[in-house]
Write a protein that binds this ligand. Sequence first.
Ligand code: PBG
Length: 337
Amino acid sequence: MSALLRPRTTLDLAKRPRRLRASAAMRDLVRERDVRIASLVQPLFVADTNQPRGPIASMPGIERYSIDGAVEECRKLAALGLRAVLLFGIPDFKDATASAAHDPSGIIARSVEAIKSAVPDLVVIADVCGCEYTDHGHCGILDERGDVDNDATLELLGRAALAYASAGVDVVAPSDMMDGRVGYVRATLDASGYTNVPIMSYAVKFASAFYGPFRDAADSAPQFGDRRSYQMDPPNAREALREALLDLDEGADFLIVKPALAYLDLVHAVSEVADVPVACYNVSGEYAMVKAAAANGWIDEDRIVDETLTSFVRAGADIIITYFAKSYAQRHGTLRR
Ligand code: PBG
């Protein structure tokens, strides 16, 4: 019976895709996509004077740095061929209105100054949001009902962006999901002469369980409720395109889709419509899952990371924000810089 099912002659199989997989050299020759080290962004957590530093339990290999520690780390990242970092601050002082977020001598402003003077060639991106700086842990200013007040929060974001721009930041990245914030931040920066500071907008950001470890790292978990009245509902793809188009309209210079792995369809869809670079954010929970399984010996971390980062490029991401940026550059630096 099996003889009957087997192709009778080679004529039946003129097309044999395996021919192009036969050797490592052949596979290299026909490879369609590569992950560029220069397109990776390493997130960094910078802790203010009185905040704990050191390893983050749920994110093995990632640390909270002092400003000096962050500068040292940036020198190493630059030497590995990485071109950009994304800064998150852990302030000494939290209040209801996130005043430490726009303090001209706050943790982000000081970090930006220190990093830009030590490693001027590195692109320094600052996350702009209230959640690390509010005592209630929400991303903006609350109204009487305990919901985040959109328009009051815009002013906070504008001030924070301005404080980081005057400290010399290269890019501001609002991650709060307020309506109209790209336009508002653009107008605020322009009015102060920062017309050349681009906005990397977290345009498509979902209310996701994948942010769990980040909230430990940045001490930014909401003290009540959740973020579903401002971050997006995971099933909504059409709405993701609406958010992306609105931000482009308001002048966004880059768009971010976040998280990455569970939203690759949207990385692709956004990359098809955007006329600016599209980033995806391979978030803390995606990192922690790989680290945990690898620590148990259940997966091969290096191969999983390579395969995952490649999937982002294949989906259409131009830029990948990932906690694996440094280790990827360490492993592939000489090959793919
Ligand atoms: C909020 C912010 C968050 C992340 C980046 N910016 C957390 C949140 O929205 O709760 C998550 C990043 C990650 O999980 O790696 N400013």
